[in-house]
Design a protein around this ligand. Sequence first.
Ligand SMILES: [Zn+2]
Length: 62
Amino acid sequence: MNCVLCGRKLTSDEIAITRKLINRAAEEFCCITCLAAKFSVSEEDIRRLIENFRQAGCSLFF
Ligand SMILES: [Zn+2]
């Protein structure tokens, strides 16, 4: 699975956070870099969000 915007190979976290931020049923995914640009936040913010969701026990993150 690759980022639809830049073509970079995605991690499972990037796939999960795309589902979380855009659409749970998404079939196209973005890497952290492209997500940060899309939402006008830093990559660090996205990583923090991933960590928050994981700690909250969200089933999309493992
Ligand atoms: Zn990308």
